[in-house]
Design a protein around this ligand. Sequence first.
Ligand SMILES: Nc1nc2c(c(=O)[nH]1)N[C@H]1C(S)=C(S)[C@@H](COP(=O)(O)O)O[C@H]1N2
Ligand SMILES: [Mo]
Length: 197
Amino acid sequence: MFYGLSRGSKDDRVPPNQKVTTGFPVLHYGNVPEYKDLSQWDFRIFGAVEEEKTLSFSEFKGLSVGEVRNDIHCVTGWSKLDNVWEGVPVEEVVKLVTIKPEAKYVMLHAEEGWTTNMPLEDFMAKGNLFAFKHNGEDLTPDHGYPLRFVIPHLYFWKSAKWVRGIEFLDKDKPGFWEKNGYHMYGDPWLQQRYEWD
Ligand SMILES: Nc1nc2c(c(=O)[nH]1)N[C@H]1C(S)=C(S)[C@@H](COP(=O)(O)O)O[C@H]1N2
Ligand SMILES: [Mo]
């Protein structure tokens, strides 16, 4: 199991101005998607790639899985320690395409047109995965069922719920919250909460 950026003692595991919670708050913009079944669900890998690729849910489920443990840091000030996520590591998904050399950023696309952006290098970091499960249970609808991204080293808003695609970009572009004043990068240790931080 990969332990992400977890630190030795509890004190240095909690970034400045965060409070540890044992609950699991639900935060998002828009509606929780309802799925009758997953036959209409697909996952698109597109943008700066040699050939775009679309996967059905069963194809995505067939990729090799891994586990990661992380601490969640939400920009609104709560942290939740020791989460275990099970899903497909980023490298397993990315190896299905050939990324063009000009790709330097990634935009993740979720249901209802929700997006979030990050540098390619951060997206590819070891420990990131597309999760089906949290702490041994399938994701609940409000936490991102059937699939959410998990990027342990950035604020939790970059961990797209209901994720449906990866777009590779040559230039950075703001995603949904980033257009609405959140930071383009979002390092919790540097408190990069809003665009002016
Ligand atoms: N698709 C989608 N993913 C999203 C969001 C959203 O509005 N839509 N909000 C983000 C924000 S701001 C946070 S804090 C986390 C919250 O995840 P949780 O509800 O599982 O705690 O999801 C992130 N992922
Ligand atoms: Mo958030």
